[in-house]
Unconditional design. Structure first.
Length: 330
């Protein structure tokens, strides 16, 4: 090993199997023939640029027909909610008793209700109310739930015990019953409904975030972040929560459908949006006495609720598969 000393071994780059064999040969003290230089092959596969993860997710979501159709339907609902006041053929809060309980016709596509109001116009106008309440309620629950779950999962100890026992107490009560109780204390109205639905949904997000943080914080890169002196807040929001983002996105999507259902339930009971403001649940509640006389008064608001909730659920399932590399549809 006169011609190949230890320093020359350290200077030789390692590329591919041939270089590894040469290094092993040198390390074992086997001298190569005079004048023979080891050949190192360049492995291009080791230097390929990884494909964009978001592009892979979109391809998987696009391959899921149900999720793609649901996404298009939800985007159409958003457009309707934005331009609704400009496309409704009638004023959704204008009454006309002479047209009460008219069946669907060319003049009134979905018919009229017991007060002569155009049901099609009210369903269109109710889209904005339902989507607004759903998004705002989930935003409230998501924000507070992430903070509580992150604190409980990362800090642990007595703080974790106190927070999670409080969440368990809230989960022990049915969400709609707890929402009704809060509405009774806060009063009627759409703003009160947003607060009530948002508060009763906090435990679900807190438990999900806590569970993910408990597993993520045991990884080596979190220990390395502690070693370099990063603050706990920076570690949580920079390194921990981004790795739990996929689960949070899926749960938030499914949570919007639950919030829309809760809004409809409160409206059905007369605790949510107050008339004459159009809202799908309130329309169902006020038309339940005409189920046999004029079934169309319940049919179209009920279809709107069913289609919207189903779309968000299917989109949530599609996002769950797209965000999970093991379940992606190729």
């Amino acid at each position: 090993m006169s011609e190949w000393n230890q320093s020359s071994v350290n200077e030789v780059p390692s590329r591919g199997s041939e270089s590894q064999k040469a290094d092993e040969t040198l390390a074992m003290g086997i001298a190569l023939p005079d004048g023979e230089i080891p050949v190192y092959e360049y492995d291009e596969t080791l230097h390929e640029k990884p494909e964009n993860q978001w592009l892979e997710m979109w391809r998987s979501l696009r391959a899921n027909r149900a999720a793609l159709v649901s996404l298009i339907f939800i985007l159409a609902l958003v457009v309707i909610a934005v331009i609704g006041p400009y496309i409704t053929p009638y004023n959704p809060i204008e009454t006309n008793m002479s047209n009460a309980l008219k069946p669907p016709s060319a003049d009134h596509w979905f018919g009229t209700d017991q007060l002569g109001m155009d049901i099609f116009s009210r369903v269109i106008a109710g889209t904005r109310v339902s989507l607004t309440v759903g998004l705002l309620a989930v935003s409230i629950a998501l924000t507070i739930g992430i903070v509580l779950g992150a604190i409980a999962g990362y800090a642990g100890g007595w703080l974790d015990t106190v927070i999670m026992r409080l969440m368990d107490m809230m989960l022990a009560i049915p969400s709609i019953l707890l929402a009704i109780t809060l509405m009774a204390a806060l009063g009627k109205g759409i703003d009160k409904a947003v607060i009530a639905i948002g508060l009763v949904s906090i435990p679900e997000y807190a438990r999900i975030v806590r569970g993910n943080i408990l597993s993520i914080k045991e990884n080596d890169y979190i220990a390395a972040a502690h070693v370099v002196g990063l603050s706990d807040a920076r570690i949580i929001f920079r390194h921990v929560l981004p790795n739990a983002l996929s689960v949070i996105i899926v749960r938030a999507t499914l949570g919007i459908s639950s919030a829309i259902l809760d809004t409809a339930a409160l409206g059905f009971l007369g605790l949510g949006v107050q008339p004459p403001q159009p809202e799908w649940g309130d329309m169902l509640g006020r038309a339940r006495g005409f189920i046999f006389q004029a079934p169309h008064t319940l049919l179209y608001p009920g279809m709107a609720i069913t289609a919207t909730v189903l779309a968000f659920n299917l989109l949530g399932d599609g996002l769950r598969d797209a965000l999970d590399p093991r379940a992606r549809i190729k």
